[in-house]
Ligand binder design. Structure first.
Ligand SMILES: NC(=O)c1ccc[n+]([C@@H]2O[C@H](COP(=O)([O-])OP(=O)(O)OC[C@H]3O[C@@H](n4cnc5c(N)ncnc54)[C@H](O)[C@@H]3O)[C@@H](O)[C@H]2O)c1
Length: 366
């Protein structure tokens, strides 16, 4: 059955927009990039020229007024995600929003309410969920081939120097919503949560060790899951040897992933427990050359739209991750263990990720 070729637009033509334009080009049989929008007109024009985009707009309002589009890719800084996504929903247009989808759990719930009213959808970009290794791991775990999940570790140790934080929206609660927990480790622990399912409790610390920023530059959490799995999660932007690493210890095998900003199938290793070498064989047999980039998620988004379903990652799935972030900060800043469902709408940690305030002294950032 043939499906429509979706008309799309990218809003925000800065750093990450090229990954979206390339992914759209990879799927040019399924979607066309009809227009780009940026508040910086020269940047938008240069981007449009580089990627052969026919139309340029100075605001989302103008785009939604003048251009019939099916899907908007929001590639703007985090504080603008919720207001711009709301505008799309009010116009009945589905929106694919870069991470972090919102600055707070409250904003996410507002979007969910607006999506229910509008009939259009909000999907979050979590491209690492869609690499071949992640798809295979979830399928094998679901089919019971790995046995029970016992233990997991999830590490995002990256390095961002002081100059990185010169970009005005970075390193501030009001504009980035958090530090490496919100902005960097989010990809890795979102993948962890997508594999292990609902988390139950979080006990965490967060600290500002080296950068002159408002937010944390490191955080660590101990997590328990509904299926009994225990896990640790580390997030950092002060680690000179950088890595993104996940390890899942199942009864029948250890499954590991080590990469930096995107993975191939070769970045995964499987070590079978004695008597379970079939798991290694099974993994090897379905090896592919696929990577974990934006194109993988776009394929899943178009499949869902073709089927008339909400595109992934849905707001319900995203909520698990955003609630986890709020719980991590709540635990770190109050010293308490935080349970899933504990952060209600009136919690300060639902309103803003720094909730009741950080334990470190405020700095004059700039
Ligand atoms: N998925 C990933 O792997 C990944 C990687 C990097 C960044 N990101 C996310 O992508 C988003 C953008 O990051 P970036 O590094 O590209 O930022 P950037 O600052 O390089 O680019 C943002 C662009 O948005 C434009 N803009 C700002 N407000 C706007 C508005 N209201 N309307 C239209 N344009 C507007 C700016 O002029 C700028 O050109 C962030 O949320 C970031 O966390 C995701």
């Amino acid at each position: 059955m043939s499906h429509p070729r979706y008309r799309t637009a990218i809003v925000g033509t800065g750093g990450i927009a090229a990954a979206h334009a390339q992914a759209l080009r990879d799927h040019d049989d399924r979607a066309e990039l009809a227009a780009v929008v940026d508040v910086d007109p020269a940047r938008a024009r240069d981007f449009a020229a580089a990627w052969g985009v026919p139309k340029v707009y100075a605001s989302l309002t103008e785009l939604l007024r003048d251009e019939p589009v099916d899907l908007v890719h929001l590639c703007t800084p985090p504080a603008s995600h919720a207001p711009l996504a709301l505008q799309c929903l009010q116009a009945g247009v589905t929106v694919l929003v870069e991470k972090p989808p919102t600055l707070s759990l409250a904003e996410l719930d507002t979007l969910a309410g607006a999506a229910r009213q509008s009939g259009a959808h909000v999907a979050t970009v979590f491209q690492h969920r869609f690499g071949a290794g992640a798809l295979r791991l979830r399928a094998m775990a679901r089919a019971g081939q790995l046995g029970r999940s016992l233990l997991a570790t999830c590490v995002t140790q990256w390095y961002r120097d002081d100059a990185y934080f010169d970009v005005p929206w970075r390193g501030r609660w009001e504009t980035e919503g958090g530090g490496p927990t919100m902005g960097h480790g989010i990809h890795q622990f979102d993948l962890l949560l997508s594999v292990l399912g609902p988390w139950e409790t979080v006990t965490a610390v967060a600290a500002r060790r080296a950068r002159r920023i408002e937010t944390e530059d490191v955080s660590m959490a101990l997590v328990t899951f509904a299926d009994g799995t225990v896990a640790s999660v580390v997030n950092s932007v002060v680690s000179p040897r950088q890595t993104s690493a996940l390890r899942f210890d199942y009864e029948h095998a250890t499954v590991e992933l080590e990469h930096l900003y995107g993975y191939r199938d070769d970045d995964w290793t499987v070590t079978a427990a004695p008597g379970h070498t079939d798991v290694e064989t099974q993994w090897r047999l379905s090896r592919t050359d696929g990577t974990s980039g934006h194109a993988g998620q776009l394929a899943a988004v178009y499949d869902a739209l073709d089927a008339g379903s909400p595109p992934p990652v849905t707001l319900a799935d995203t909520r698990q991750t955003v609630e986890f972030i709020a719980a991590l900060y709540a635990s770190a800043f109050t010293g308490e263990r935080v349970h899933s469902g504990q952060i209600g709408p009136d919690s300060p940690f639902a309103q803003a990720m720094n909730g009741t305030g950080t334990p470190w002294q405020a700095v004059t950032v700039r």
